[in-house]
Design a protein around this ligand. Structure first.
Ligand code: NAD
Length: 489
């Protein structure tokens, strides 16, 4: 591994995300040699804390990761702390001085990575102050890694982006969408562009429809306060689902570089049909989970408004108006308290134009099944291709069989977690697995139409039972097109 020389400034260093994901990811990069002597992290938040206390906190976060003797302690010596209120411009002077010292002490050569892991209302302020108070360097790189959510709608996202742009250029901004750090989401490109047998069929001549499901088994849990203000459309569809769909829909990039991939994703999202309000109403379904035995319905969860109209489920039909996809619906859905926790993509191919086996004279009534290519994103990782084969024995009937590849448990163990991968990419300056502003802007414009409608119209909630796959209308969304969800109960 090549060492990345970097000085990281982490805003929100005592937060949940930092403790659960960020320190562990950095430690794994350290163990692999991507971070070594020439790195340091300056953590900030409002709490007062000494460097030693902060190092203890970091050690505590990584305590479950197997390590060599002394390795964790050595790692923790790269962590420093500075109490700081991000809304107070004068506080940035302290950060500036500490950063200058640490840069010298660790030989980070002016490479600065600013990571915002805080409530999003602060993102703009921090970015503006980073520049105004002189935290940028001119001898190394200056990069910004920013957490979700990126805005609440197009207008707020644009405002945020304008604020960030006062300090950082687009190619210095790394917007986290952790779905892009998942092994099997990254694998979509290998599957498509590494396999002529797949890519040759990847169009409206052979594909009937594509289905993307991000299913969660749990309810809102501790995130009720945030979630009730957000809902499934903002929390899952605008970002994760749109990013997955863009990868499925995009054209082949000229090369597998971040710039080339970006161009194609943007182009794909640009051809996504933005619905009129009445089209949106017909092509989106929302849901909210009801009670289940002793478990309360969504509206009676702690921290949720008892009259909440927030959706915990969304299903939608997306259409791309371009040569490749004209006429092929992309059905997507996501929700909480569904039957199981998994993410999968089902590509349903068209049936043969003529089914020669269904000749009534042969007594064979059984019809051919559609070929389906499934990408299992999680918890299992792999692909399956459903084909029609002859049923063993006398006579001639066909039955669906699966060609299947699943990653082994040991391969899965070796696969870095999304945050480790994305941190590494940001340190290397690789944008492939981050969302660009143009992608985010198109996604918001698409989603805003239905959001505006749903904000006005009062929903009939709750409308689905925990443990199901959502409201009946989600089944109807496909049924009216003569289709059904591949994964169903
Ligand atoms: P958190 O509330 O646990 O932590 C927020 C941090 O910001 C704390 O360190 C707090 O001290 C600090 N802070 C708050 N106000 C401040 C101020 N005025 N000045 C200085 N510091 C201040 O939040 P979190 O769960 O760690 O989330 C951080 C970011 O990551 C958010 O953007 C969130 O949407 C995103 N995110 C979190 C998760 C998760 O699993 N927690 C997952 C995905 C994305």
């Amino acid at each position: 591994a090549t060492e990345n020389k970097a000085l990281i400034t982490l805003f929100g260093a005592t937060g949940d995300l930092a403790k659960r994901k960020l320190y562990t990811s950095l430690f794994k990069l350290y163990q692999k040699g991507y971070l070594a002597d020439h790195f340091a992290l300056l953590g900030t938040s409002r709490h007062e804390m000494s460097d030693e206390e902060f190092q203890e906190m970091v050690l505590n976060s990584i305590k479950d990761i197997p390590a060599k003797d002394g390795e964790a302690e050595e790692f923790s010596k790269h962590f420093f702390y500075c109490a700081h209120d991000v809304t107070k411009p004068e506080h940035y002077a302290k950060l500036k001085d500490r950063l200058a010292e640490l840069d010298k002490q660790f030989g980070t050569e002016g490479n600065r990575l600013f990571y915002m892991s805080m409530a999003p209302q602060f993102f703009g302020t921090i970015a503006i102050n980073i520049k105004k108070q002189g935290l940028l360097t001119d001898n190394g790189y200056n990069r910004l890694v920013i957490e979700k959510p990126f805005g609440r709608d197009f207008d707020s996202a644009k405002k945020l982006n304008d604020e960030l742009s006062q300090t950082f250029e687009e190619n210095q901004i790394f917007r986290i969408d952790h779905y892009l750090g998942k092994e099997m989401v990254q694998n979509i490109q290998a599957l498509r562009f590494g396999n002529p047998v797949i890519e040759a069929l990847w169009n409206n001549r052979y594909i009937d429809n594509i289905q993307v499901t991000l299913s969660e088994k749990l309810g809102v849990e501790e995130r009720a306060g945030y979630y009730d203000n957000s809902g499934a459309l903002r929390d899952m569809v605008q970002n994760h689902i749109m990013q997955v769909v863009a990868q499925l829909a995009m054209e082949e990039p000229v090369a597998f570089t971040d710039d080339d991939v970006r161009v194609e994703k943007i182009k794909a999202l640009r051809s996504l049909r933005v619905y009129t309000p009445s089209q949106a109403a017909a092509n989106f379904v929302r849901g909210q989970y009801g009670a289940d035995g002793s478990q309360p319905d969504y509206r009676h969860e702690d921290g949720v408004d008892p009259e909440s109209g927030t959706e915990t489920f969304v299903a939608a039909k997306l259409m791309f108006d371009n040569y490749r996809w004209s006429g092929v619906p992309f059905y997507v859905r996501t929700g909480k308290k569904l039957a199981d926790k998994f993410t999968r993509i089902d590509v349903v191919f068209k049936k043969p134009l003529i089914d020669i086996f269904a000749n009534p004279n042969s007594g064979n009534e059984q019809a051919l099944h559609s070929n389906v290519l499934t990408v299992f994103v999680e918890p299992k990782s792999g692909f399956a291709l459903q084909l029609n084969a002859k049923h063993v024995g006398q006579g001639y009937t066909t039955e669906p069989v699966d060609l299947k590849f699943l990653q082994s448990d040991s391969a899965k163990k070796e696969s870095p977690e999304p945050y480790e991968r994305l941190f590494h990419d940001a340190l290397e300056g690789n944008h492939t697995n981050f969302a660009s502003w143009a992608e985010i802007a198109y996604a918001w414009k698409f989603v805003d139409v239905i959001r505006n409608l749903w904000d006005i119209e009062k929903p009939q909630f709750p409308n689905y039972t925990p443990g199901s796959m959502g409201p009946a209308a989600a089944t109807e969304l496909l049924a009216r097109d003569g289709r059904k969800w591949v994964y169903d109960l």
